[in-house]
Write a protein that binds this ligand. Structure first.
Ligand SMILES: [Cu+2]
Length: 69
């Protein structure tokens, strides 16, 4: 399992937190999702053999939360 923190600057309220959570939860192997409103980051674990980081970033982008690099 890989542990990662991504910056998602568009997260601005509890609703965003729930949307990001919901989008990530549907991805295979993604777990321990923590969206932090203050730092506008999302931290989670995933198995790179089951889902790529590119795919996860694409899912977040589709949900309206582009990952900042
Ligand atoms: Cu919001």
């Amino acid at each position: 399992m890989q542990n990662i923190t991504l910056s998602v600057p568009d997260v601005s309220c509890e609703h965003c937190v729930m949307t990001v959570n919901g989008a990530l939860r549907q991805q295979p192997s993604v777990k321990d999702i923590k969206v932090d409103l203050d730092s506008k980051t999302v931290t989670f674990q995933y198995d790179p053999n089951q889902v790529s980081l590119d795919k996860i970033e694409e899912v977040l982008d589709d949900a309206g939360y582009t990952v900042a690099k």
